[in-house]
Design a binder for this molecule. Structure first.
Ligand code: SD4
Length: 312
């Protein structure tokens, strides 16, 4: 029997995303609407890694990346977009009302404004300002390894999933849903790597890298060092492995191995995690380093946080 509806999101902060998606799925609503609401919920929240409250680039500007994809392989993305609160909804608008799939920078912002989205303040959130000021003391441009386990204080380029008091902070949010109708959709939204170079775009808005959906097979999304995901077209690879018959977890594992193989020593210095879902409603995940987790909500509606298996 097919396990539906079901929604999965990256990280334990996926509880916020799933919490917004589930009421839609439970009522028989569309996976696309569910994943958009998941993104909106996390973009509304002030946190290090998603939305306008997130960490800025190294010049002090918050620049957002987001993508969305539906059951008909329609997709939309925005990247390097500033001062718009809900990049996910801009991505959906682009998908639904234009012949294009990807807008960046000023053009993305212009499209948003032309469609009724409001220009927000450029000011940093208090938490991002504090983290940025702290970062400026050294202004070192280097990603920190396995941040979820090793750096539970301050926000490095990849901010911690968990704070000192044990509550979760956030990280890039990717959400995948299978609705009661049997259709799959997904989204990915982020403020990207903290203190990135100006103009840097990660995997999250790139279809096939940070997000991929194929309604015949399933879907995948990712979190972690975007450059490494882009290099292997990560989520497209996961979906193709599922097409060849692998379970979601096996498919995520093989994609992680593809990243690790060319240089296993180097791969120990960064984190990548994939989550995936197939048409039967089976789910799975895998990461390079320990510390990646994800949240599942299915029958009963109670979110479950699961630790992913890892390569190292
Ligand atoms: C990026 N993949 O911009 C994102 C960052 C991320 O958890 O996932 N952080 O490369």
């Amino acid at each position: 029997a097919v396990n539906k509806p079901v929604v999965i999101s990256t990280w334990d902060s996926g509880q916020i995303a799933n919490g917004a998606a589930w009421p839609i799925l439970e009522k028989g609503g569309r996976a696309l609407d569910a994943v958009e609401q998941a993104a909106i919920a996390i973009e509304n929240d002030i946190n290090c890694c998603v939305g306008l409250g997130g960490n800025p680039d190294r010049d002090g500007h918050v620049t957002l990346d987001a993508s969305i994809m539906d059951e008909k392989s329609n997709c939309g993305s925005v990247a390097f977009m500033e001062r718009i609160k809900h990049p996910i909804s801009v991505a959906r608008k682009l998908m639904e009302t234009t012949p294009h799939v990807f807008l960046a920078g000023e053009g993305a912002q212009q499209f948003a404004l032309a469609n009724g989205f409001k220009l927000e303040s450029a000011a940093l959130s208090p938490s991002a300002k504090a983290t940025y000021d702290q970062w400026l003391e050294k202004a070192e441009y280097k990603p920190v390894i396995n941040i979820e386990l090793q750096q539970n204080k301050g926000n490095g380029p990849f901010a911690p999933a968990r704070l000192d008091d044990g509550s979760f902070n956030h990280d890039t949010m990717g959400t995948l849903a299978l609705d009661a109708n049997g259709d799959v959709s997904g989204m990915c939204t982020t403020s990207g790597m903290g203190f990135k170079m100006r103009g840097r775009v990660g995997d999250s808005p790139i279809i096939g890298a940070g997000l991929f959906v194929d309604n015949e097979i399933g879907a995948a999304t990712s979190s972690g060092q975007g450059e490494e995901v882009i290099r292997v077209c990560g989520t497209h690879l996961v979906v193709e492995f599922m097409r060849s018959g692998l379970s979601p977890e096996q498919a995520c594992k093989k994609a992680i191995e593809r990243i690790v193989k060319p240089n296993p020593e180097r791969a120990k210095t960064f984190q990548v995690g994939f989550i995936a879902i197939n048409k039967k409603g089976e789910i799975g995940a895998y990461s390079i380093l320990k510390g990646f987790n994800y949240t599942v909500t299915e029958k009963g509606g109670k979110p479950k946080v699961i630790n992913a298996k890892s390569h190292f």
